[in-house]
Design a protein around this ligand. Structure first.
Ligand code: COA
Length: 330
């Protein structure tokens, strides 16, 4: 067996400001009851003006480095999953590298929307397995409030701001770490979940601002149907090809977009509800941060044991979707 990437640290950070369903009732024509029953969300966090998503990524990473007891200079590579980088360029990886003082690391951003963390974890694990690097930081950070139209009740109730990260290092023991991943994309989904303005196709103009093209758009019903199908399929696929069943899984950590999507995937896998990590009620959909944040919460609650099998799964804009199988090694 070749060398595997194990997760040796995990951390998250959320801003203090809370936006509740009751607050949203005052902003748009909605109710706490509608949001709760249709999505499972009760509140989300908001970063506020003057700070970008890299700020949250730095906070999460600093906590991780402290808990792991290593200096930023030991990092070899920083991969940042985000759809809300501080700027088009330079990328968030450079900003985070600089703020951390990770002088010996290179890095890049990866854009796969809500699947960003799974894609980044898959990518990062290869740099460990190849023997090229020994300490790779994977950050998922999104300031969704920066691209959310708070007059559109169909999207503004869904999203929040957060960052979370993991550290990958080579494992000594066989059969632990990032054991497998299954990732897909299908660009025919591009018409149902997108942010059009500010890229090279629709550069910023008065027209793009007037037409609200700098906000995300979602055809919720179409995306919901695809998400239910694909996230469940890819979660079952990774179990089957590793000869595991839902009963073997200690924790299922799904992307947190809608509680009904999470529940459908867990049922298809045959995972009991007490093994499904859910924090959508407190944070909403934080895009690239949801999965590492779920992992960080159960880790810091002392729930993870060495040898636990964990399945992570996501679906997002693109469409993109994927799953990862991790055996907890610390
Ligand atoms: N408050 C009250 N009513 C609302 C509302 C809100 N915040 N948002 C939408 N509605 C209304 C709609 O206007 C619609 O009214 P109509 O029937 O008079 O047209 C009605 O509620 C039903 O809307 P619909 O879009 O069919 O609801 P839904 O049950 O599909 O739930 C989502 C909407 C967005 C919660 C759901 O579609 C979803 O979660 N989509 C996928 C999200 C996702 O996975 N994204 C991908 C990863 S980021």
């Amino acid at each position: 067996m070749g060398r595997k990437a194990i997760i040796t640290g995990v951390s998250h950070w959320v801003p203090e400001q809370v936006l509740t369903n009751k607050d949203l009732e005052k902003m748009v024509d909605t109710t706490d009851e509608w949001i709760t029953t249709r999505t499972g969300i009760k509140e989300r966090r908001i970063l506020g003006p003057g700070k970008g998503s890299s700020y949250m990524g730095v906070k999460a990473a600093q906590r991780l480095l402290k808990e792991r007891g290593i200096s930023a200079e030991e990092l070899d590579l920083i991969i940042v999953a985000t759809v809300t980088p501080d700027t088009m360029f330079p990328n968030n990886a450079c900003r985070i590298q600089h703020e951390l003082g990770a002088k010996n690391a290179w890095g890049f951003d990866l854009n796969a929307a809500c699947s960003g963390f799974i894609f980044a974890l898959s990518t990062a694990s290869q740099f460990i397995e190849s023997g090229k690097h020994n300490k790779v930081l994977v950050v998922g950070t999104d300031k969704m409030s920066a691209i959310t139209d708070y007059t559109d009740r169909t999207t503004c109730v869904l999203f929040g701001d957060a960052a979370a990260c993991v550290l990958l290092e080579p494992g000594e023991e066989e059969g632990y770490g990032v054991l497998d991943f299954v990732n897909y994309c299908d660009g025919s989904g591009k018409d149902y979940l997108y942010l059009l303005g500010g890229g090279s196709l629709y550069p910023a103009s008065h027209e793009t601002v007037d037409k609200k093209m700098h906000y995300l758009f979602q055809d919720g019903k179409t995306v919901f149907k695809a998400a239910v199908q694909m996230m469940a399929d890819v979660s079952v696929e990774i179990l089957e090809r590793n000869r595991l069943t839902g009963k073997d899984i200690a924790y299922f950590i799904p992307h947190q977009a809608n509680y009904r999507i999470i529940d459908a995937a867990a049922r298809r896998m045959g995972v009991d509800s007490d093994k499904v990590v859910v924090n959508i009620d407190r944070y909403g959909n934080t895009t690239a941060a949801t999965i590492p944040m779920g992992l960080s919460e159960i880790y810091h609650d002392g729930k993870l044991k060495k040898g636990d099998y964990i399945v992570m799964a996501a679906f997002g804009a693109g469409y993109t979707w994927g799953s990862a199988l991790v055996r907890w090694a610390i």
